[in-house]
Ligand binder design. Structure first.
Ligand code: CDP
Ligand code: CDP
Length: 220
């Protein structure tokens, strides 16, 4: 069985997907981290972010690898572990810019399908149910109010020692959601056969339980 979890920033996708994968003994694949890795690399190697061809060449000439590390996942740019560098607001914004490029998405699709080919995966992102795994057995679209999502991100970033505030995070998330929903190639949208879950007032275990219930029903 393959499970696709999509939705906007801060809806709880990666937290919940990781736990669902753990419960089922499935492989968790965070596709957002791949766009983040490319964005990080463009910045680190001074490749102009608005130059689609140059960004695409950067992707083609290097290697992005996801490696399981207990319950978490580490991400490598060639042999460099960049896991701890890709969660900053700046990388988030750059990620949604590189994610708007058709050539980049085409290659990411190839890489992501290759990763999922063994089956029994929980994959999260923006276009998993609509493009990467359109045949997924279970499709979930997670959402939450923008205020809630910004509050969650704020907590996370403050814990990691980043300086930021709620208003700038709300603006950052709104800008990114807009870019993700309005791009021409594989925009963020709920697949027709996806189940919508609003996590605004739900705890993490409640969301995980709901998804496991859906898996059970659909798997029977
Ligand atoms: O992957 P995505 O951007 O959708 O969200 P996330 O990184 O999984 O979740 C963002 C933050 O919200 C994390 O710190 C989660 O612990 C928290 N969260 C929550 O408080 N309640 C939920 N129902 C889901 C996530
Ligand atoms: O964790 P958060 O929801 O904030 O973002 P993410 O899942 O790490 O994704 C970062 C960015 O990558 C998103 O804003 C999208 O622009 C892009 N992305 C995408 O276009 N398609 C995917 N399947 C996953 C991420």
């Amino acid at each position: 069985m393959n499970i696709a979890i999509d939705g906007p920033a801060g809806a709880g996708k990666s937290t919940v997907a990781k736990l669902v994968a753990k419960q089922l003994g499935y492989l968790y694949i965070d596709t957002g981290s791949m766009y983040r890795a490319l964005a990080w690399a463009a910045f680190a190697h001074q490749v102009p972010i608005d130059d689609e061809k140059a960004v695409y060449e950067l992707l083609m000439k290097n290697r992005i690898t996801l490696q399981r590390d207990g319950e978490t996942q580490r991400i490598f740019w060639n042999d460099q572990d960049i896991t701890d560098s890709i969660r900053t607001p700046q990388v988030s914004q750059y990620a949604s810019v590189v994610a708007s490029y058709a050539l980049v998405r085409q290659q990411m699709l190839v890489l992501q399908r290759e990763m999922a080919k063994g089956g029994n995966v929980v994959m999260d992102g923006r276009d998993i149910g609509t493009h990467v795994l359109p045949e997924a057995d279970v499709k979930i679209f997670l959402t939450a109010s923008i205020r809630k999502r910004a509050e969650r991100r704020l907590q996370e970033l403050l814990q990691k020692g980043h300086q930021t505030d709620l208003a700038s995070l709300e603006a950052e998330i709104a800008e990114r959601d807009k870019r993700d929903m309005e791009r021409e190639v594989a925009p963020l949208r709920q697949a027709e056969d996806a189940v919508l879950i609003d996590t605004s007032e739900l705890t993490i275990p409640q969301v995980v339980d709901e998804i496991l219930q859906i898996c059970k029903q659909l798997g029977e």
